[in-house]
Design a protein around this ligand. Structure first.
Ligand code: NAD
Length: 498
């Protein structure tokens, strides 16, 4: 991996102004591993201009040729996914198997996009009026911006760019400055697959790059994923500038465990979904809602499983859970454990003092379990985004539902039960975009759409699936008359279909 990560413009590494850069860490070692360029306002102009030029010909490239590039990209990505997983682990910290899982979920969206010709088919109505036919088409938007978070440096961009590119758009990706290398690796792969230079651009940077994209008149749409305050800001500024925006925000995902649930299954699910990727997943389970009387038994089973988790370098085969992404983030997450203790919750497993041999400077925080959490506590109210699982105890199903629906976030949720009627009620009544029944992380397949409700999504389009295709295209309806033997003559009245 390079010691400096630059932009990717016009099919090559590009230094840009070179004025600003940021440190990128090796989170397991706890040291700076490389630097990344931070775009200036002028860099944004250059990158978007390149994408806009490339779009002119890409949007006119036949669907068949576009699909050949997509298929080639799919093959290359599948063949070299381990390479990408290693890059993710090096900068994010998640264990290799998890990084590989992330790439695989992204690959599924590429596979979905390979079938886009079927989804771009319009409708046709013959003879809607005498000699008049109507057909509909969907066309690409132009240059579209993707702004992604640190926690899925490959999968989250892949929720969007395969569909955007397949539909004939040019993409400018602004990855997280915390783990920027995956994006440029992907850019090189596109080039190898035959994508014309400029159709996939990587603009490294921070708020300056984001604001530049939000304000640029040639950027027609923004797909954003990140924390709720930034999502709200991106949505408001982007739409104020006339853009189409989908802005996916933060999360606080609840797992409701009913008294009739299989408690071993529920405990496995809580541990996997709470501590996988060190809790740095937007679909991580953050709160277990134990419906009386299962609380004690469930906490016991969860804590026993937690004692078997090995925290360590994501590159080592024996590690189950890696470090957090930066020291600052580690300290912020640990501060929620401090606050929970202060505010009267009961600390069942404390991960603050975890020690990883040979890597004393890594950004470690062990799996942490906090019981007797109440909704007014800081650890419940905020998105923690780390390996801290809270348990809230409630007396009934109705109280559990009320708790989940009162939460401002609505990304994912799960219910554990053996009662089909209760599960059916929950999936209908819960105000959350993605629901799992005895499934802790219900991430939809690529041909369904991914997205939350309430403060977890601003805009009305979810990612990928039919909604993604709709987001990256706009409709046009053509009404045509050919070879009509009878001239209609003058008639200033509104056209009537008879
Ligand atoms: P973040 O909001 O800090 O950053 C996201 C992106 O916005 C990055 O590219 C960053 O450079 C940029 N950014 C940061 N601050 C900005 C500002 N003030 N103005 C303009 N741009 C800014 O998020 P993160 O810490 O990288 O990622 C974690 C967050 O993402 C969590 O809240 C998580 O829940 C959320 N997330 C949500 C989903 C989802 O599907 N809803 C998926 C993954 C992550």
């Amino acid at each position: 991996m390079d010691s400096h990560v630059s932009h990717w413009v016009d099919g090559a590494d590009w230094a840009g102004d070179g004025g600003r850069s940021a440190d990128v860490y090796d989170p397991a070692g706890g040291h700076v591993a490389r630097t990344v360029a931070l775009a200036s306002e002028n860099d944004v102009q250059v990158a978007v201009a390149s994408a806009a030029r490339a779009w002119q010909s890409w949007s006119r490239t036949s669907l068949t040729r576009r699909m050949r590039v997509l298929f080639a990209f799919r093959q290359l990505l599948d063949a070299r996914k381990e390479e990408l997983a290693e890059i993710i682990t090096a900068e994010h910290g998640k264990v290799l198997s998890d990084a590989l899982g992330e790439v695989t979920r992204g690959l599924e969206v590429v596979e979905f996009a390979c079938g886009i010709p079927q989804l771009l088919k319009g409708g046709y109505s013959e003879a809607v009026s005498s000699g008049v036919d109507v057909h509909s088409i969907r066309q690409p938007l132009g240059v579209v911006g993707i702004i992604s978070p640190f926690n899925f440096p490959a999968m989250v961009p892949m929720w969007f760019f395969p569909v955007a590119i397949a539909a004939g758009n040019a993409v400018v990706l602004k990855p997280s400055e915390k783990d920027p290398s995956a994006a440029t690796w992907i850019a090189r792969l596109w080039q190898e697959a035959g994508l014309p230079d400029g159709v996939f651009t990587v603009l490294q940077g921070d708020k300056v790059a984001v604001d530049g994209l939000l304000d640029h008149p040639d950027v027609k749409a923004i797909s954003f994923v990140g924390s709720t305050p930034v999502a709200r800001y991106v949505y408001e500024r982007g739409t104020a500038n006339g853009k189409r925006v989908q802005a996916l925000g933060g999360a606080k995902n609840h797992m409701v465990v009913l008294p009739d649930a299989d408690l071993d299954l529920a405990a496995d699910g809580a541990v996997n979904a709470g501590f996988g990727s060190a809790g740095e997943r937007c679909m991580a389970i953050s709160v277990v809602v134990a419906v009386d009387p299962v609380g004690d038994e469930l906490v016991d089973r969860i804590s026993k499983r937690m004692s078997t988790i090995t925290v360590g370098d994501g590159r080592s085969a024996g590690s189950d859970m890696g470090p957090l992404v930066t020291g600052a983030h580690r300290d912020r997450v640990a501060s929620y454990v401090d606050s929970a203790e202060r505010e009267g919750a009961s600390l069942v497993v404390d991960g603050r003092d975890v020690v990883v041999a040979d890597q004393p400077h890594g950004f470690w925080l062990g799996p942490t379990l906090v019981d007797q959490v109440r909704p007014e506590m800081t650890v419940y109210r905020d998105e923690v985004f780390g390996p801290v699982l809270s348990v809230v105890r409630v007396p009934t199903y109705d109280a559990a539902l009320e708790l989940v629906n009162s939460n401002p976030y609505g990304n994912g949720t799960a219910i554990y039960t053996n009662d089909g009627g209760a599960a059916r009620r929950y999936q209908s009544e819960v105000e959350v975009g993605m629901v799992g029944v005895n499934v802790p992380i219900p991430v939809p397949m690529a041909y369904y759409s991914f997205g939350g409700w309430k403060s977890s999504l601003f805009g009305d389009s979810h990612a990928h699936g039919a909604e993604g295709v709709h987001f990256f295209t706009r409709g046009k309806v053509v009404t045509s008359r050919w070879l009509d033997p009878e001239h209609g003559g003058l008639n200033l009245g509104f056209p009537r279909n008879d």
